[in-house]
Design a protein around this ligand. Sequence first.
Ligand code: GDL
Length: 468
Amino acid sequence: MAKHESNHFLAGVIEGFYGQPWTPEERQELFQWMAAWGLNTYLYAPKGDLHQRATWRELYSAGAIAGFRDLLTDCRQRQVRFFYALSPGLDIRYHESADWEHIQRRFSQMRELGCQGFALLFDDIPDRMEAEALARFGSLAGAQSAVANAVFRWLREQDPAASLLFCPTPYCGRMVAHQHGGEGYLAILGRELATEIDILWTGPEIISREITVAHIRELAELLRRKPVIWDNLHANDYDGHRCFCGPYAGRPPELRAEVRGLLSNPNSEFPLNFIPLRTLGSFVHAGEAWDPRAAYNEALQEWWPRFATGGASIPLADLRFFADGYYLPHGEGAEAQEFLQTAREVLTRGAAAPPDQVAGFLAQATRLRAFCNRVTELHDRRLFYALNRRIWELGEELDLLGRFVEATCGKVPPNKPFRSDFHLPGLYRGGLVARLQKMLIAEPDGTFTPARQPESSPGEAGPVPAAN
Ligand code: GDL
């Protein structure tokens, strides 16, 4: 058995996104999936649990502890290793032993439930510390290593099988390049953090399109150990319009031998993680070759029965078309790409667009809209609720575009400008964020330029009149 297939390799899921944590029922389903797909590790780290970050010193209530007892039992039943994370970095005083004891007290609550896996996370925190701490430890990396080493020693005294994961303050290549966390952060960490403590890493970026063997080898040398990948490929907490149903991709199979584990921090909406986690399981257990698209197609087929409706059935091909549109952060799947390309061509050609191309585009748009309508009738209501915002806005855009293309493309356009009674200014694409988004143009090279600013636009003319 290859090393990455053994139980020592951490393969699984981090509940580590911002926003609403998953429910106990969702976690139960997750552990079922994981057991079936050969994933062995779950890291509890939801940023939406107040006790993770803002109130990290406060003990959990008896009620919350009862919930964790059940969670650990569920994990054990499915042979999933449970790791409990704490993020004290927002306001920890690294030099105060009282704060070290707070961490111990919080971990003790979990130890009493039989938990053996722990994590200290220092991501997304200020990279400064108090003068006393700096004087004592010399650097942020030194201070964090001292705290983690002490906690680790204490954990091991209680339980020789205990383990600890550590998330650095600069947790990707770009942050290190900008010296986030201070100069030489990773080298200090590599030197000072006990070698038994595993270090989490998201790749060259927070959301890494690719993670190469060369990148990890260079890192491992600095860290003096192989990292555990905290993979944000399918995370969507940073963009409410999107979700990612594409396959685990952009990581070569050879990567598995270079890391201590692969943990995915996926979509915040639990039901949307079927394909991401199914294909992660396939990737971990695949042979030397890895074809993400083939893995995606297999997983899609397995996901499809969940799209049973109370009305007309949804063809598998239509589910693929939709999922191709919500694929991976850096690009759409093949069918969505083709659809976008046709839309661009039809709009560019306008009246000169060939009628069969216009008809082809309209047929595809109608198909996708029909999918959106059918999703409202899913028997699996949680899946519907998870998709609801996306299908609503996708349906709206398709409706508008379809009307526009029908009225103006592939034929002599009418001489009056196109309007839609269903998409009125101020209401449609309205609101603060939509307006702010129009102010700066994000260029493909990563730079930003100001857009031409309208003098005012509907809804900006003044406050809404008070009703009296
Ligand atoms: C992050 C956060 C994570 C979040 C993700 C995507 C890490 C280590 N931390 O930076 O909680 O879900 O980005 O927004 O990735």
